[in-house]
Design a protein around this ligand. Structure first.
Ligand SMILES: Cc1cc2nc3c(=O)[nH]c(=O)nc-3n(C[C@H](O)[C@H](O)[C@H](O)COP(=O)(O)OP(=O)(O)OC[C@H]3O[C@@H](n4cnc5c(N)ncnc54)[C@H](O)[C@@H]3O)c2cc1C
Ligand SMILES: *[C@@H]1O[C@H](CO)[C@@H](O)[C@H](O)[C@H]1NC(C)=O
Ligand SMILES: *[C@@H]1O[C@H](CO)[C@@H](O)[C@H](O)[C@H]1NC(C)=O
Ligand SMILES: *[C@@H]1O[C@H](CO)[C@@H](O)[C@H](O)[C@H]1NC(C)=O
Ligand SMILES: *[C@@H]1O[C@H](CO)[C@@H](O)[C@H](O)[C@H]1NC(C)=O
Ligand SMILES: *[C@@H]1O[C@H](CO)[C@@H](O)[C@H](O)[C@H]1NC(C)=O
Ligand SMILES: *[C@@H]1O[C@H](CO)[C@@H](O)[C@H](O)[C@H]1NC(C)=O
Ligand SMILES: *[C@@H]1O[C@H](CO)[C@@H](O)[C@H](O)[C@H]1NC(C)=O
Length: 578
């Protein structure tokens, strides 16, 4: 009964949702004018749950204004950091350091500067969103072939953290590998007026630092990307069991240009995305409007959050598996939000233009409706609240990693059902990059999203299994954490996995010798300062540490620090039933 109700509610909700929703909120809040500000990410929670403060927020409307802001701040040796309207990174990348820091918003730097049809390039300001970029390119008959799946990211922010889609083809899946020219405003000495604009072109080694910069080199003021003629593609999702997934994982991406996987380990299912370019006279006007990125009624969001909170509190693993299975079947039956013509899904393949299929995010457009509907993670409503691991594992090692996860599932068959409530493991191809902080080899990137309690001291159901997978990924298999996702522990030693990290630091020293664009977090992940992990009671529950003693877990709730089950070097919070 409850199950049927769940499904029915879901469908009704999806229908009413078309009425309209409230756009995402501003992440910068100032108490008087543009001073005494706080900044947060789109979830309104950083990994350590702290709050970032800044003395001032600035909103330049041109490169010229940007230069004078950077010059003024540099002359006063004030810390700065770029913030976007989207603020979608999980870690504290967007916080200016110090007491007197300045937030430089790219909100009004959102113009398309030029589209050159014959050279097939687009030049944009950094605050342009992925959605705008795709739209402006398509309007000129051009396409950025590979991109993140969500519209609500800015060009500056995507370069900041190395954002990507999925492919092993062409120049690869990362947006930064399509940059052919970039302008960046950096601090300078008094003789140069305290700020200068540097133009970096393809082939310039400094561009390899700026492609993925964590925002520590200065403010990117203009980006030129290499595009291609707009093309059509054909998408078919095929569901299979995961018996031979380990073998398939490293080769499938060579067969299909836009291949990816959605893996439901506890259900022993994998959805293979068979997705390739097709001739542009192929019939079809498909559209992707991913269900997880649609405006969703707050009432429904509260319902599913409450259901999960209840299941967590009574440790109802069976219930989570049932709801996980229902969620998966709703998504697969609805083709995840694909339609053949923009309104109905009639069957595979879905054929259409790249600009209508590569990314989505309809919850971004929305009239004010007092939050009757919202993006599912909007912190203003009671909705999804989660952790997200994102790491890439080299193709040569990915089979062993997948098989280790399968061993864990065979030991604890229900342990990963909770992940299915967030659409399983999203697995995408990422590619070796010349960017110093880009991927070092071709790899598979795993995005794993799961329940986070509002109470930092509350352990999760099967806490230990996901902790073990996380440690296995970044330690045993040397995985690289996505700079814009993850919990603190994933970044321990990460910088040592980048062959050219010292080249990056040299450019940083050259551009910003005083570290005005750096904060404590960027110093920590770049290996300049200690303190990525925070040792305190319950720290392992929040991923702030790897437990080394029971108090890092929740001993009073029966969770103790123990070795992993498959990767025995892992130290995880395990529930011991007495
Ligand atoms: C719903 C959702 C979907 C996502 N989907 C994907 C995906 O498909 N693929 C993927 O790889 N990632 C994905 N991400 C993660 C996302 O790509 C990164 O977190 C990205 O960096 C966020 O971009 P942003 O514009 O919000 O930048 P922010 O998070 O605000 O900033 C990121 C960094 O870039 C710096 N920065 C921004 N602009 C400039 C500039 N002009 N000059 C210098 N530095 C600058 C900031 O200071 C900061 O250090 C997703 C995140 C969410 C929440
Ligand atoms: C700054 O803002 C905080 C709230 O964010 C407020 O408590 C404080 O009084 C403000 N300080 C000043 C000097 O305005
Ligand atoms: C520099 O910034 C300070 C404080 O924000 C401001 O009062 C001053 O006018 C600025 N100076 C210039 C030259 O912009
Ligand atoms: C740029 O951003 C401003 C402020 O958010 C908005 O009013 C304007 O419509 C945006 N411009 C474009 C081209 O999207
Ligand atoms: C670009 O966006 C506008 C406004 O949303 C829309 O009307 C137009 O069809 C889009 N163009 C393309 C090529 O997607
Ligand atoms: C998985 O599917 C393959 C065929 O694709 C089949 O041979 C195999 O028996 C299946 N394994 C399980 C456990 O169902
Ligand atoms: C598409 O065009 C090619 C030649 O460019 C032709 O051979 C083919 O038959 C066309 N296909 C369709 C479906 O019209
Ligand atoms: C490191 O940088 C040097 C100089 O730019 C380059 O030749 C080399 O290929 C880079 N190595 C990697 C792994 O990126």
């Amino acid at each position: 009964m409850a199950k049927i109700q769940f499904v029915v509610t879901y469908w009704i909700c999806l229908t009413i949702c078309l009425v309209g929703c409230t756009p995402p909120e501003d992440h910068i809040k100032c108490s008087s004018g543009n001073t005494n500000c706080t900044i947060t990410n789109t979830y309104a929670t950083f990994p350590d749950r702290s709050i970032c403060r800044a003395a001032e927020a600035m909103y330049p409307k041109s490169e010229q204004e940007l230069i004078s802001i950077v010059a003024n701040a540099t002359s006063l040796q004030r810390k700065m950091k770029v913030a976007t309207t989207t603020s979608h990174s999980i870690p504290k990348l967007m916080c200016p350091g110090g007491e007197n820091g300045i937030i430089i918003s790219t909100k009004y730097l959102n113009r398309t500067v030029n589209v050159d049809k014959s050279a097939m390039t687009i030049t944009v300001e950094p605050g342009v969103t992925l959605r705008q970029l795709i739209n402006a390119s398509a309007a000129a008959g051009l396409a950025l072939p590979y991109a993140p799946y969500w519209w609500g990211l800015t060009v500056g922010g995507m370069l900041g953290t190395g954002a990507h889609g999925s492919t092993l083809w062409g120049l690869g899946s990362a947006v930064h590998d399509y940059v052919i020219q970039l302008r960046i405003v950096t601090p300078a000495g008094p003789d140069e007026g305290y700020a200068k604009v540097r133009t970096l072109r393809n082939g310039d080694p400094e561009l390899n630092a700026a492609r993925v910069s964590l925002g520590v080199l200065g403010v990117i003021s203009q980006v030129t990307l290499q595009l291609q003629p707009l093309f059509k593609r054909s998408i078919t999702y095929v569901q299979k069991n995961d018996s031979d997934f380990g073998d398939q994982a490293s080769t499938f991406g060579r067969q299909h240009e836009f291949a990816d996987f959605t893996w439901y380990p506890s259900q022993h299912k994998v959805v293979y995305r068979i997705d390739d370019r097709v001739p542009s006279n192929t019939t079809g006007n498909g559209l992707y409007d991913f269900m997880g990125f649609r405006s969703t009624p707050s009432l429904f969001l509260a319902l599913i959050r409450t259901a999960e909170e209840t299941q967590e509190s009574i440790r109802d693993a069976v219930g989570k598996c049932i709801n996980g299975g229902i969620t998966t079947s709703i998504l697969t039956n609805a083709a995840y939000g694909l339609t053949n013509d923009g309104s109905m899904f009639k069957g595979y393949p879905v054929v259409g233009y790249n600009n209508r299929l590569q990314s989505s995010g309809s919850c971004l457009d929305s009239p004010q409706d007092g939050l009757i509907t919202a993006c599912p993670w909007d912190p203003r409503v009671k909705g999804l609240y989660y952790f997200q691991n994102g790491f890439s594992i080299g193709l040569s090692k990915v089979k062993d990693f997948i098989q280790d996860v399968q061993k864990l599932v065979s030991l604890q068959p229900r342990a990963l059902c909770g992940v299915d409530l967030y659409d399983g493991f999203l697995i995408r191809y990422v590619t070796a990059s010349s960017a110093y902080l880009g991927k070092q080899e071709d790899a598979l990137d795993f995005d794993i999203t799961y329940y986070r309690s509002k109470d930092p001291m509350a352990p999760r159901l099967y806490e230990d299994i996901l902790e073990e997978i996380e440690q296995m990924a970044v330690i045993k298999y040397g995985g690289l954490p996505h700079w814009g996702k993850n919990r603190n522990l994933a970044f321990v030693g990460a910088i040592n996995k980048y062959q050219n990290a010292t080249e990056f630091l040299k450019v940083k020293q050259l551009y910003d010798p005083l570290g005005l664009f750096s904060n404590e977090w960027t110093d920590q992940i770049l290996g300049i300062k200690d303190g990525i992990t925070i040792m305190k009671d319950g720290c392992a529950l929040e991923g702030l540490c790897i437990c080394s003693q029971d108090s890092h877990c929740a001993p009073q709730k029966g969770y103790f620090c123990r070795p992993g089950k498959v990767y025995t070097d892992a130290r995880v919070c395990t529930r011991l039933s007495s």
